[in-house]
Design a protein around this ligand. Structure first.
Ligand code: SAM
Length: 261
C-alpha cells in the first residue's frame, strides 16, 4: 500500500514511520510511506502557508493553495487518485473496522492540519473523508495521522509476521481480547491459568472465548450490544450477569446497614 502524508512537520512523521514494525515493513517494501512538506508548496518568498481568518477570530488558518499543489503533485505520480483523508476532531472516530477497510485501498493521502485548521475550500475540493482519533483537540494532525498509519499499516498483507495475528485481537470481532501470559509459569507467586498448560486446544479455545466475553463485559459492556455473539456466548453472558448481580436480598441488607450507621 502507498501512503502519502502531507504535513508541516515532516521530520515528526518520518521519525515515527521509520521505527518498529511499520519501519521494517517499509524497508521490506510492504508499505510505501512518503512524507511531504506542505511548506515546499508555499507561493511566497517567506514560505508562509497560513493566514488570518476572514470574519475575524483568533489564530491562523492553513491556506488552500499549498495543500492543493501538494496533493496535485502526489496524485500525478499515482495510477489513480488517492483516497484523501483529513485528520480532524470533526471527523468520524477511527475504528478497527474502518482501519481494516482502509487497509484494502491502494493508496491513501493523509492531510495534517495545524493552527486553527484548514481553509474549508480545499477540504471541499480534495477530501473524501475526515477522521478523528478521539473527542479532544490536538495541536496538529500529525499524531492522528501516525495513529492511522500504524493501525492501517499493520493490517496490510505481509506487515505482521502472521496475517492472522490480528484476528483474535481486541476490536477485530467486536470483542476485547482474552488475557495472555508468557514465561515463567509462576511469577511472584502468581500462576498462569492451569488450562493454558493443559495442551487441550479445544478447551483452551473455549476458555479464551469466555475470557474475551468477560473482559468485554467488565471493561467495555457497550461493545456487547453490537458484537456478533453465538447462542453459547449469550448463555455464558446471561449466567455471568446473574452471578455477578448483587441479589435483591444483598441490596436490602446493605440498605439496612446504611440505616443502622
Ligand atoms: C487545533 S486543531 C484545529 C481544530 C479546529 N479549529 C476545530 O475546532 O475543529 C489543528 C489540527 O489538529 C488536527 N487535530 C486536532 N484534533 C484532532 C483529532 N482529535 N483527531 C484528528 N486530528 C486532529 C487537525 O488536523 C486540525 O486541523
Amino acid at each position: 500500500m502507498r501512503i502519502d502524508i502531507a504535513t508541516l512537520f515532516p521530520d515528526m512523521c518520518r521519525r515515527v514511520t521509520e521505527e518498529s514494525i511499520i519501519g521494517r515493513a517499509v524497508k521490506a517494501g510492504k508499505l510505501d510511506i512518503r512524507v511531504h512538506n506542505i511548506r515546499e508548496y508555499a507561493f511566497n518568498k517567506w514560505n508562509r502557508v497560513d493566514d488570518t481568518t476572514y470574519g475575524g477570530g483568533m489564530g491562523m488558518l492553513m491556506q488552500a493553495e499549498p495543500i492543493y499543489l501538494c496533493w496535485q503533485d502526489v496524485a500525478v505520480d499515482l495510477p489513480k487518485n488517492p483516497h484523501v483523508i483529513y485528520m480532524s476532531p470533526q471527523g468520524k472516530p477511527l475504528t478497527q473496522q474502518r482501519a481494516l477497510e482502509l487497509s484494502k485501498m491502494e493508496s491513501l493521502f493523509i492531510l495534517c492540519g495545524h493552527y486553527e485548521g484548514v481553509d474549508q475550500r480545499v477540504l471541499d475540493e480534495i477530501v473524501d473523508e475526515e477522521i478523528s482519533i478521539g473527542d479532544y483537540v490536538l495541536t496538529g494532525g500529525e499524531l492522528g495521522a501516525l495513529v492511522l498509519v500504524d493501525c492501517v499499516g499493520r493490517l496490510c498483507p505481509g506487515v505482521l509476521s502472521n496475517d492472522l495475528c490480528f484476528e483474535e485481537e481486541s476490536h477485530y470481532n467486536g470483542l476485547l481480547e482474552y488475557p495472555q501470559y508468557t514465561k515463567p509459569a509462576v511469577w511472584r507467586g502468581r500462576e498462569v491459568p492451569e488450562i493454558l498448560l493443559s495442551g487441550d486446544h479445544g478447551r483452551i479455545r473455549d476458555w479464551r472465548r469466555e475470557q474475551s466475553l468477560l473482559n468485554t463485559l467488565h471493561k467495555r459492556p457497550d461493545l456487547l450490544e453490537k458484537a456478533p455473539l453465538t447462542d453459547r456466548d449469550k448463555v455464558f453472558l446471561a449466567k455471568t450477569r446473574q452471578q455477578e448481580e448483587p441479589s435483591s436480598r444483598d441490596t436490602e441488607a446493605a440498605e439496612n446497614d446504611k440505616c443502622d450507621i
